[in-house]
Design a protein around this ligand. Structure first.
Ligand code: HEC
Ligand code: HEC
Ligand code: HEC
Length: 439
């Protein structure tokens, strides 16, 4: 009897592993817009769930709906904005505090129209203007997956928003002005790879949610706006993905770009802060085919040439600093650099391939926005831990060690050495970033 039971157990185990391994390989290849009509057998169901899990990763639902170290998808993460703090809700299948009582249609309405089951209009802090692009079939798969995760009973605290932003009804006006629900429409003149990439970047990947300039009402120019923008309150700057001076992907070969998106590091560049999180929670899980499709789409967008007033012109026309002060800052900067930075970043700012980023010729250092390099110097830089790069090197925080004017001198120095050219930085600017909340 006991033997039979064990035997039975082994067979079941074998079947289960077989199914999931199969689902793993096949599920990933299913086309994004494929219509899923049959949910008949358990294998179909397993496939659907596996695909849903993959798509949920691609949408980085985990990132916002999970507190660091907390239960997956149980919500409670604070998202700071200029309107106040949003708290992400519980989207586990708990029927009281989560979305356990939701139907697949309710879920679709949330992603596509930004409406909750009870009719509440949702704040676009939940990037549904992007998720509206998601196909119905993909939404079904994601919902099927979210039904299978552990139900966590955890109540949703209220957002802490300032008046008038705490008036949900006002969202009706915002939506009328800035939101048009639309599923991604294929462009038949482009390749299937381009279309897959556009679908992922505009929709699930919601790249424009961060990489765009927002107006006073918090609206950007839509799902293909990659003009670059500061993330309010946490003050990281998500560089333009189009501009020759910033982070446009035509800088990289397909291979270099893929390595950067998948591992957060390539031979020359490294992703930090919120972008490191995007790689950690989402992009590292994508298939090579999907990463390459995203790159194909992004590289095909025409780049914008440098502004007519370059950073160099700006540096030279700054009214409050004469050449003498700049020269002094450069001399003091050289001393500080040798003391604190040279061991890792090299005597000529050349860095060390894939370990310590080069500062020489680094576009992130020479953008008009000083936010990213400044935040890394003050609070440290941490590349994401990924399957392909499990032990990244990190940069120690210098905020506690250096004064505001020392940091200003150092940053001015590295922005203007080894051929780099950019505006000098003031101690007041540095001080402004000292008080930034770090998550
Ligand atoms: C940038 C952060 C962010 C990301 C990414 C994100 N969400 Fe959300 N989500 C929120 C916030 C904030 C709310 C609350 C909005 C509100 O109260 O109006 C929310 C609300 C929701 C709701 C409504 C829940 C309810 O109880 O009303 C659902 C469902 C949801 N998200 C699912 C998802 C899914 C699925 C994904 C991935 C495709 C996702 N979210 C990605 C921040 C995010
Ligand atoms: C949560 C906000 C956020 C989202 C979503 C986001 N990014 Fe970023 N991204 C940033 C920030 C901030 C930076 C600057 C930090 C850095 O360069 O390390 C950045 C940097 C980058 C860079 C430049 C990296 C380098 O070192 O040269 C690329 C390329 C990039 N993002 C691509 C993407 C793509 C593609 C997507 C969509 C799949 C995306 N980002 C989604 C915030 C975001
Ligand atoms: C112990 C080695 C080490 C030291 C010392 C060090 N760094 Fe770094 N630095 C790193 C590593 C590793 C990274 C990449 C980490 C990340 O941002 O993910 C980095 C990143 C940076 C970046 C961001 C580059 C980019 O492309 O995103 C800047 C700017 C920088 N360092 C400046 C400095 C300055 C200025 C000093 C001296 C005050 C310094 N570093 C000292 C290791 C170091």
């Amino acid at each position: 009897m006991k033997k039979m039971l064990i035997h039975f157990f082994v067979v079941v185990l074998f079947l289960l592993t077989g199914i999931s391994v199969y689902a793993y390989f096949v599920g990933y290849r299913v086309d994004g817009n494929a219509s899923l009509v049959s949910f008949g057998t358990s294998t179909d169901r397993a496939l659907l769930i596996r695909r849903g899990e993959y798509l949920t990763r691609a949408g980085n639902c985990f990132g916002c709906h999970t507190v660091k170290g907390g239960a997956a998808y149980a919500g409670g993460r604070i998202l700071r904005s200029e309107y106040g703090n949003f708290v992400s809700p519980n989207i586990t299948p708990d029927s009281v505090t989560g979305i356990g009582s939701w139907t697949s249609n309710d879920f679709w309405l949330a992603l596509h129209f930004g409406k909750a089951k009870d009719g509440r209009l949702l704040y676009p802090a939940f990037p549904y203007p992007n998720y509206s692009q998601i196909s119905r079939a993909d939404a079904e798969a994601m919902f099927a997956f979210l039904k299978t995760i552990p139900a966590i009973s955890q109540k949703n605290p209220d957002h802490e928003l300032r008046f008038p932003y705490n008036q949900r009804r006002l969202l009706a006006f915002w939506r009328a002005m800035y939101f048009k629900p639309a599923v991604f429409a294929e462009d038949k003149t482009k390749s299937p790879e381009w279309n897959r990439g556009a679908y992922l970047v505009k929709g699930l990947g919601h790249c424009s949610a961060c990489h765009s300039q927002r107006n006073v009402f918090g609206a950007n120019d839509g799902v293909s706006d990659f003009s670059g923008g500061e993330l309010s309150q946490i003050q990281w700057y998500a560089p333009s993905l189009l501009h020759t001076n910033e982070a446009h992907l035509q800088n990289w070969t397909q291979n270099e770009a893929a390595t950067l998106l998948k591992t957060g590091v390539n031979h020359k560049s490294v992703m930090s802060g919120p972008m490191a999180e995007v790689v950690f929670d989402s992009l590292q899980y994508l298939t090579d085919a999907d990463i390459n499709a995203m790159i194909t789409y992004l590289q095909a967008i025409p780049v914008t040439k440098a502004d007519s007033v370059s950073a160099l012109d700006q540096a030279l026309t700054e009214p409050d600093r004469n050449e003498k002060t700049k020269k002094q800052m450069m001399q003091q900067g050289a001393v500080l650099y040798r003391t604190h930075c040279m061991d890792c970043h090299g005597a000529q700012g050349e860095g060390f391939t894939s370990v310590y980023p080069a500062l020489k010729g680094n576009p992130g250092l020479q953008m008009n926005s000083i936010a990213n390099p400044l935040l890394v110097i003050l609070a440290g830089g941490f590349a994401p831990v990924t399957q392909l790069n499990p032990r990244p090197y990190s940069m120690p925080p210098f905020g506690p060690v250096l004064s505001d004017s020392e940091v200003a001198i150092l940053l001015s120095y590295i922005r203007n050495s080894w051929g780099n050219k950019a505006a000098f930085v003031t101690a007041a600017e540095v001080n402004h970033y000292r008080t930034v909340p770090m998550d």
